[in-house]
Design a protein around this ligand. Structure first.
Ligand SMILES: C[S@@+](CC[C@H](N)C(=O)[O-])C[C@H]1O[C@@H](n2cnc3c(N)ncnc32)[C@H](O)[C@@H]1O
Length: 322
């Protein structure tokens, strides 16, 4: 498929509006000489806001598993006063490597999910709005595609993916329909799958809130990119890398991600787990972080109005204790 110039925006932000950007900057509070890691660089929208506050001795590292992000990083780098480096990798692996090499950072942040550039490029297969090959890989060098999942996974595995990762009410019906249809003709394209979802769910559900295939597409994307496992591992690695007093912030876009972040933070605030009838604490619970967001920060009505993709965003942040 040819690159479509109308949707492939090579402007400096790729048409991607960073979500909760002001709130992220306020929580991270970058200092001019900080070492900063952006784990999900994308088009560098957040990176620009943060790097604007850095100066010469500072270091800015951008990570993204999508090699397309390198183009945006190259443009970003030219505008910066500090030293910059791009790493094409899953952030969990990159953070682990840096930790193994004794690297420390002052600020680490993640803006999870998919970028507008990925969604708006039909040939990547992320969107239910364009007809394209069923792909959905954030890193085209990885092997598992949505096509392989849809055509190769068992009925039970498909039900689990749609239910667990998409919170799809009609998981069984959709998985059953897929298993029947793929016997006749393998699934190749996004619209083939959209048609199946529409045919498998009850008629009123086709006209409910949002696109009827939204949850199935989200579920497949999470499975193809193993997103939740990367997040769990990445949070551990990030906290490891942070210098005492450093800050970790995460913007998530659905409840599965937010739950992982919330549990990760809660497990490290040193909450005593002794039975309530013990006279004193014996579990030795020790806080390794201080949570900076008692409740997750969410976008204002104005931001949602300007950028509907921000609607489900939640920002949580924590400071590493010394
Ligand atoms: C929502 S976008 C980030 C947008 C960016 N903050 C901006 O303002 O332009 C998410 C990006 O994270 C990348 N990504 C998602 N999971 C990743 C992972 N496990 N490792 C590295 N990059 C990841 C995606 O490829 C995508 O480019």
């Amino acid at each position: 498929m040819q690159l479509n110039d109308s949707v492939w925006d090579v402007s400096s932000n790729g048409g991607h509006q960073p979500v909760l950007a002001g709130e992220l900057v306020e929580l991270l509070d970058p200092q001019p000489d900080d070492t900063v890691i952006d784990c999900t660089f994308g088009a560098g929208g957040h990176a620009r806001k943060i790097a604007a506050l850095l100066d010469e001795p500072a270091v800015f590292i951008g990570i993204d598993r999508d090699p397309e992000a390198q183009r945006y990083f190259d443009m970003f780098e030219q505008e910066q006063a500090c030293r910059c480096r791009f790493i094409h990798s899953n952030f969990a692996d990159a953070l682990q490597d840096m930790g193994d090499n004794g690297f420390q950072a002052d600020l680490i942040y993640l803006d999870l999910g998919v970028s507008s550039m990925q969604l708006d490029r039909p040939e990547r297969g992320f969107s239910y709005s364009y007809n394209a090959p069923l792909d959905m890989r954030m890193d085209p060098e990885t092997s598992l595609t949505a096509r392989q999942v849809v055509n190769g996974y068992s009925y039970e595995e498909l039900v689990r993916i749609f239910k667990d990762y998409g919170e799809e009410r009609y998981s069984r019906q959709i998985a059953r329909y897929i298993c029947r249809e793929r016997e006749k003709r393998p699934y190749e394209t996004t619209l083939q799958l959209v048609d199946t979802v529409k045919a498998a769910i009850p008629t009123p559900a086709r006209f409910g809130a949002g696109h009827p295939a939204r949850r199935v597409f989200q579920a497949l994307r999470i499975a193809v990119n193993d997103e939740l496992a990367s997040l769990e591992r990445g949070l551990d690695m990030a906290l490891n890398l942070l210098a005492p007093g450093g800050c970790l912030a995460v913007i998530s876009f659905h409840s599965l991600e937010d739950r992982i972040v919330k549990r990760f933070f809660n497990a490290r605030v040193g909450r005593c787990e002794c039975p309530p009838d013990l006279p004193q604490c014996v579990c030795g619970a020790e806080a390794s972080i201080k949570v900076l967001t008692r409740r997750p920060v969410t976008p204002s009505a104005d931001e949602i109005g300007e950028n509907p993709r921000s609607q489900s965003a939640k920002l949580r942040a924590a400071e590493k204790l010394g």
